[in-house]
Design a protein around this ligand. Structure first.
Ligand code: ADP
Ligand code: ZN
Length: 753
């Protein structure tokens, strides 16, 4: 065998193919002169194909016979794309999720890098060749050409500069540059440049706040833990308590001690302020990673992180895998948000991955929220996390007063508007004082359904078992399906009975906007929902319009409830609280409480106290009461008890095998077969069977979606290692579509429609 004593001439490679037969690493030979390291991406021969793979280990010996050994074709980069800590994390996740390592390794690098679909961007860049004195002298001597003079001065100021940058100061600089290059004063080369999301990065600045007592107390726990490299915290701070400032102070400390930090937010588009605060505070050492970046921007941000140029990463869920080195802290802001759960394969909970990573890399974990998830708060109470509380707002600002508007008595009193009398009055007063208001209406469109008064027929989507929503548009109104996007003209007579009493019911954001405009003519309003935010940076434009004060009333769906900090907002209205309460999901109480508390928290963040009005037909519902008192503890206790008694997550797992087929009969049959199969499987695995509480074949609430008939087998299980194995076996079955039906396994899915 051609190997030298001590040299590592073989390597093990996980080939980037997700298949159970390819789960183990393959051994390849490293050709003479090629240097490789674990974590490096390589091109390898695989059958008669060329595939990408990741080196997991270098070895000196192998059992593979020499004639079967093939050579690595080439490394894809000169460095290890995945650092050792993340290699270990991927391995561990694969073990825990019972999935092939190729699948978890994929999470560790930007998707765009695979298949080499992105390229390093280069641009013509100008350097000074001459020394500074010589260049200065030359600039002074360039009396005939103002352009050459200007270029030299620009480069003396700072260099290198791209030709594009130079063109911003000097019109048509090419000829002048050519001349300077021929004189040997400058050199023009292709240099690598980084695409920075959102343009340039501002220079670092600091408002110099004095920390509040609550902020200081939280930091007094977090900072020593970071030094020790061990600690998990749940920061429960009311809205406006200044949690971000705590993160930033901790990040500053991390940077000062040579460490790095990752700050996770639920969705970047909805938290532009967080990004601008961090970038403003830390300058180019902060990077941003999220799915709306272009492939190139994402790749470049990733490389800035990998090289250690960026040491603070702000991003959505997937940023938990950022290749920072010397990790000091991971923050998960608004930890209760469901976007932290990846319910697609490989299924993971970002909070668990972050905890795993922090433990491995001796970093601290900070989960933060004004309304922690039931799961996290229960863990804090049990002692898994240290609970840090910030019960007061910054500068002793009071929490807003919350009032409840009883819509039943409004209706009895003859008010058929979507706005109660008390909210109308409050809106008028707010505008007279020149302040701003936010109105939450958690449904878009104008009317939520169209129905025949004579026979009760409701217009439904032809592809989905869902009523069509009426939207007013620039021309005429259209009916739209919110699930598949199909549209139709509203019928003028009933398709069922031919009657002419077609009527429109239920309000959405468009209707609210119309009523507000009628109530307050001349007051500029702006609407933020799925329909108005589709363009590039759609969210950003709307938020800027409101921030600047050009719009005075912001009307929107739940996307307006999150983390926004607008000091001029003194009034918040929840138009239809019942929409959130009535969802058929065991989490609807938790979500409703979070939504109301979060949106209420947008009021009174400046120097003027805030006021919140919650409109409901169920004023006695305990969730409304907890939200009105903004009493998280009481809500937690009641919900925790309910979950425990009813055996709901986190005490159990709710899972389903979802079956979809264009053919209703096939869907039916497949559901019956699946149920039978699961029961049989459990018979042969009594250790799994013990953990399963129930199995039922029961149609979901929406039985037709996007033209496919849907059925489901629902399972309730205890939480255990055996259950994980059971689910992992089910997920393998689910991946194979059969008889014209697709099957999906969903464990604790974020929606149960
Ligand atoms: P939370 O996320 O807890 O709701 P934020 O972090 O958004 O609160 O902070 C609320 C506001 O208070 C922000 O405008 C922030 O700039 C300001 N702020 C935070 N800490 C301080 C402080 N120590 N002194 C003065 N203002 C502060
Ligand atoms: Zn539809």
């Amino acid at each position: 065998m051609p190997w030298k004593e001590g040299a590592k001439v073989f390597c093990q490679v996980i080939v980037d193919i997700v298949h159970e037969n390819v789960a183990k690493p393959f051994t390849y030979r490293i050709p003479d002169g090629m240097e490789l390291a674990a974590g490096q991406r390589v091109a390898v021969p695989f059958g008669h194909l060329e595939k990408e793979g990741i080196v997991t280990a270098l070895v000196q010996e192998t059992d593979v016979s020499p004639e079967k050994l093939r050579n690595i074709i080439r490394p894809l980069e000169e460095y290890a794309a995945i650092p050792p800590e993340l290699m270990a994390l991927a391995e561990d996740m694969a073990r825990k999720c019972h999935c092939p390592p190729a699948e978890t390794l994929r999470l560790m690098i930007p998707a765009q890098m695979r298949g080499e679909r992105v390229h390093i961007k280069t641009e013509k860049t100008v350097f000074l060749c001459a020394g500074r004195e010589e260049a200065k002298a030359a600039a002074a001597a360039e009396t005939r050409s103002r352009k050459r003079n200007a270029i030299l001065n620009l480069l003396l100021e700072s260099q290198p500069r791209t030709i594009r940058e130079i063109s911003e100061y000097v019109n048509e600089p090419r000829e002048a540059l050519k001349k300077l290059a021929s004189e040997g004063l400058v050199e023009i080369t292709d240099s690598e440049i980084m695409r920075i999301p959102g343009g340039s990065v501002p220079q670092a600045s600091d408002p110099g706040y004095t920390l509040t007592e609550g902020q200081q107390e939280a930091l007094d726990e977090i900072l020593p833990a970071m030094e020790k490299g061990k600690g998990m915290f749940l920061l429960h701070g009311v809205t406006g308590s200044g949690k971000t400032e705590v993160f930033m102070a901790a990040v500053r400390k991390a940077l000062a001690s040579g460490k790095s930090a990752i700050i996770l937010v639920p969705e970047i588009a909805l938290t532009p302020q967080m990004v601008s605060w961090f970038r403003g505070r830390f300058g180019p050492v902060a990077a941003v990673i999220h799915s709306r970046l272009s492939a190139g921007e994402r790749y470049d941000e990733w490389r800035r992180i990998r090289r250690g140029e960026a040491r603070v990463v702000i991003g959505a869920r997937s940023a938990v895998f950022s290749p920072v080195e010397n990790l000091g802290m991971i923050v998960i802001d608004e930890e209760h948000e469901s976007t932290y759960l990846n319910d697609r394969h490989p299924r993971y909970d970002t909070r668990e991955v972050a905890a795993n990573r922090c433990e491995r890399e001796k970093a601290v974990l900070v989960l933060a929220s004004a309304t922690p998830s039931i799961l996290s708060f229960a863990k804090a109470r049990r002692g898994d996390y240290m609970l840090l509380e910030m019960p007061n707002r910054v500068n002793e600002r009071p929490l807003p007063d919350v009032e409840i508007a009883d819509m039943r008595s409004e209706l009895e009193g003859g008010n058929r508007s979507v706005l109660s009398g008390i909210l109308k009055k409050a809106l008028k007063e707010c505008c007279t004082r020149g302040e701003q208001a936010i109105l939450l209406m958690n449904r878009r469109g104008y009317n939520s359904f169209v129905s025949c008064r004579s026979c009760g027929y409701v217009v439904k989507c032809p592809n989905c078992d869902i009523s069509m929503t009426y939207h007013i548009g620039s021309q005429d109104g259209l009916l739209r399906c919110h699930y598949c996007g199909s549209t139709m003209l509203p019928p003028s007579e009933c398709p069922d009975c031919g009657g002419h009493y077609i009527r429109y019911f239920g309000a959405g954001t468009q209707k609210v906007e119309e009523e507000v405009r009628k109530l307050l003519p001349g007051i500029p309003t702006i609407r933020m929902d799925y329909d108005t935010t589709s363009g590039k940076d759609g969210h950003g434009k709307i938020l800027e319009e409101f921030r600047s004060g050009r719009a005075r009333i912001l009307i929107g769906t739940q996307m307006i409830a999150k983390g926004l900090d607008f000091p001029q907002v003194t009034l918040v209205g929840v138009i239809a609280a019942d929409l959130a309460l009535n969802l058929p999901d065991y989490r609807s109480r938790e979500r409703a409480f979070q939504l109301f508390t979060q949106v209420a928290g947008r009021a009174g963040r400046g120097s003027i106290p805030g006021r919140v009005i919650i409109q409901t037909y169920k004023p006695d519902d305990p969730v409304i009461g907890f939200a009105a008192r903004q009493d998280y503890r009481a809500f937690f206790e009641s919900e925790f008890r309910r979950r425990r008694n009813g055996l709901y997550p986190p005490f159990t797992n709710l899972a389903r095998m979802l079956i979809e087929s264009p053919d209703e009969e096939k869907a039916d049959r497949k559901a019956r077969e699946t149920e039978k199969y699961i029961c049989k499987l459990l018979e042969t695995h009594p250790e799994w069977q013990k953990k399963v509480l129930s199995i039922v074949n029961e149609p979901p609430s929406v039985q037709l979606l996007r033209g496919k008939h849907r059925r489901q087998v629902l399972m309730k299980t205890l939480v255990s290692k055996e259950t994980d194995e059971f689910f992992s076996t089910l997920s393998e079955i689910a991946e194979i579509p059969t008889d014209g039906a697709d099957i999906y396994l969903e464990v604790n899915p974020t929606t149960m429609i």
